[in-house]
Design a protein around this ligand. Structure first.
Ligand SMILES: CC(C)(COP(=O)(O)OP(=O)(O)OC[C@H]1O[C@@H](n2cnc3c(N)ncnc32)[C@H](O)[C@@H]1OP(=O)(O)O)[C@@H](O)C(=O)NCCC(=O)NCCS
Length: 338
């Protein structure tokens, strides 16, 4: 009888750590005062309703892959990883350079990571934690050793700059993490992911795909830009992140008092405050940088993780909780021992 080749080992699962992080934000700063000159809004309205003061906007020739590769280079430098060592690149994004090739393939070319398998993940603002879990599984089961996970979005190209309901909220950026198995720390303890496609309409970009292709008529109706029911999105963001945070803690068998730092999706300070209130955790435990970057979608939690670690908000051995929410609907949470 023909023998079936064995491509997997039967070794027990490995633990998986984040051994390096990096982030990148474009140079150009768009302030609330700048926006007040573009649409009928004010610094006072944006600050009081969202907590956002400014956001970064990519240059005309600066694409998602460029920002992603820059964040990746910072992460690779931190942990001394050479491009050829990377076995897989996962880019979480809803603003790819092209439908295909995947943005991850563009990043591969920019980095010279010629040994990597590359693909994108579409889970909107939750994408980085989805990518983290995918990478984690491939290392845990010994398929790959070194995986680059990136959350990168250039939402400035998907925003209707005449719609004050949405254009004040978003910004551009990228955050990256390198995953490897490491003996000294437990690493990614648990990740919980969930979705509810029945709420797809409350936050979406309806045009541009095969359902509503790019035609001048569809573009005139702004169907190829972000459409959002703000109030519904707000409520669902709080509930789904609350549930996801509790679920991850339960899976990790930990209490909030065990967690050193909570890094939530950076959409709106009022969403984060409502989450803190429901979870009964002090705001001091929660990392916030949305005042400077706005909502950078899949990049947000990855950029915040990189910033928080460089600022020394947690040390090796500390427990971190990341919790995210995005269009789809999608949500996810991860408990990590740093
Ligand atoms: C969008 C959001 C900030 C609006 O805040 P809100 O307190 O719910 O405000 P409302 O929707 O009640 O709008 C109140 C008024 O402000 C107006 N408004 C909306 N955007 C405005 C702006 N940028 N400047 C001034 N006024 C604005 C509305 O038109 C509305 O006017 P009306 O009462 O005359 O119709 C808030 O709902 C939100 O953050 N939702 C979640 C969005 C999000 O996070 N999306 C991404 C998730 S990943």
């Amino acid at each position: 009888m023909r023998k079936v080749p064995r491509t997997r080992t039967c070794k027990p699962n490995r633990t998986v750590s984040i051994i390096g992080t990096g982030s990148y934000a474009p140079e150009h700063i768009l302030t609330n005062a700048d926006l007040a000159r573009m649409v009928d809004t004010s610094d006072e309205w944006i600050t009081s309703r969202t907590g956002i003061k400014e956001r970064r906007i990519a240059g005309p020739k600066e694409f998602t892959s460029h920002m992603a590769a820059k964040a990746a280079q910072v992460a690779m430098e931190q942990c001394h990883i050479r491009p050829e060592e990377i076995d897989m690149i996962v880019v979480a994004t809803v603003s790819p350079d092209t439908f295909f090739p995947a943005t991850a393939c563009h990043v591969q070319r920019l980095l010279g990571a010629k040994n990597a398998a590359c693909f994108d993940v579409s889970a909107a603002c939750s994408g980085f934690l989805y990518g983290l879990e995918i990478g984690q599984q491939f290392i845990a089961n010994h398929t790959y050793n070194t995986i680059l996970v990136i959350g990168a979005d250039r939402l400035s190209s998907l925003v209707n700059w005449k719609d004050r309901n949405t254009c004040v909220l978003f910004g551009d950026g990228a955050g990256a993490a390198i995953l490897r198995s490491r003996d000294e720390s437990y690493g990614v303890i648990t990740t919980y992911m969930g979705s509810d496609g029945s709420y797809g309409d409350i936050l979406s970009m309806p045009g541009g795909g095969c359902a509503l292709p790019v035609t001048s008529e569809n573009c005139e109706q702004h169907l190829n830009t972000i459409q959002m029911n703000g109030k519904e999105t707000f409520k669902l963001a709080v509930t789904s992140m609350q549930n996801a945070a509790l679920r991850a803690l339960q899976q990790a068998n930990l209490e909030f008092s065990d967690i050193k730092c909570i890094i939530p999706h950076q959409a709106n300070i009022r969403i984060i405050e409502a989450l803190a209130d429901r979870l009964k955790v002090p705001m001091e435990k929660i990392y916030v940088n949305l005042d400077r970057f706005g909502n950078t979608s899949a990049a947000a939690v990855a950029m915040a993780l990189d910033e928080a670690s460089r600022k020394g908000c947690f040390e090796i051995g500390d427990y971190i909780l990341m919790v995210v929410f995005g269009g789809g609907l999608t949500w996810a949470s991860s408990v990590i021992q740093w």
